[in-house]
Design a protein around this ligand. Structure first.
Ligand code: PAF
Length: 305
């Protein structure tokens, strides 16, 4: 495994791989790799001859300095995981390398980047889209792997790559969950024991929403209300939003029966930590009791699907 620190070395490594007829997969990350990232890497390694992982905590996408400072970092452990997974190239640039001067160019994906996370975290998706555009531009032709955990990010990146005719195929990968349903996230490490227990409320809220859809509820606001009620019943959690949307562009339809697929989104604060989660709104369709999660679980690093 080669670890490169500069944009030109990264571009050169992937161009050399392609010249040798190797098909390239890219997994963009901010490090602090957990089983969720590992599932993206494993999928990429299974599908491509040459897999690159980028590790860069992108300051542009943090709207609060304390959030950026607190973001977990462990490059040595990340490199060990990448080596074990069969990654060929790790791109681990410093901030100076990615932003040698204040960028005057920013990528804004209108519409899909504006509600939900975009409303709560001003500038966040411009920062994500800008750094991902830089990574895609440096990487060249490849398939890039993103988790459904950050569903809005996935929609934003996919739209950007398509609108700007980037030679990158965006591949969506299912969310990896702890056995109790909590979606894996680097931020989970910041939860106290009590908050960690309470954090399952996001998954419970999603299951309740999907159960309502399975029982025939087609009013997005009614689904959002039952989801919000689950969060409200958890004293340690404070709801940010709950919504049932069109998965393609995240708009709230007049009726859920007008759209397919439907996505349920939820965000809540547990103390200082803000968590987000989402699921297929029809995850429980046909499950019979309207309660059993059809969304598959992941335990110990295996794929959900
Ligand atoms: O999902 C992440 O880890 C980041 O937002 C990404 C896509 C690597 C861009 O910094």
């Amino acid at each position: 495994m080669e670890v490169v620190r500069t944009v030109s070395a990264f571009t050169g490594a992937l161009a050399a791989a392609r010249r040798q007829g190797r098909d390239v997969g890219l997994v963009p990350t901010m490090g602090a790799l957990h089983a969720g990232h590992r599932s993206l890497i494993d999928r990429a390694v299974a599908a491509h001859d040459h897999v690159a992982v980028s590790i860069f905590v992108n300051p542009l996408q943090f709207d609060r300095a304390d959030d950026l400072d607190r973001y977990p970092r462990d490059l040595d452990a990340d490199l060990a995981q990448c080596a074990e997974a069969g990654v060929a190239t790790v791109f681990a640039p410093g901030v100076e390398e990615m932003y040698p001067r204040r960028p005057l160019t920013s990528v804004h994906v209108a519409g899909v980047s504006e509600p939900f996370e975009g409303a709560t975290r001003p500038g966040h998706f411009d920062g994500v889209a800008t750094v991902v555009a830089k990574l895609f531009s440096a990487a060249g032709t490849c398939a890039a792997y993103f988790g459904e955990k950050d569903f809005q990010q996935l929609v934003v990146v996919r739209r950007m790559a398509s609108d700007l005719s980037m030679p990158v195929r965006v591949v969506a990968c299912p969310t990896v969950r702890a056995p109790d349903g909590l979606a894996l996230s680097s931020r989970n490490a910041l939860l106290s024991d009590d908050e960690r227990r309470a954090a399952t409320v996001l998954w419970r809220s999603l299951r309740t929403g999907a159960g309502a859809v399975a029982e025939g509820e087609d009013r997005p606001d009614a689904v959002a209300r039952v989801m919000a009620a689950v969060v409200a019943a958890e004293p340690l959690a404070e709801l940010d939003y709950a919504a049932a949307v069109d998965a393609a562009d995240l708009h709230v339809p007049a009726s859920l029966s007008d759209v397919e697929p439907v996505r349920l989104l939820v965000a809540a604060r547990l103390g200082q930590v803000r968590l987000i989660d989402n699921c297929d709104g029809r995850a429980m369709a046909g499950s019979g009791d309207g309660r059993r999660p059809a969304a598959r679980r992941l335990v110990h690093g295996q794929g959900e699907r």
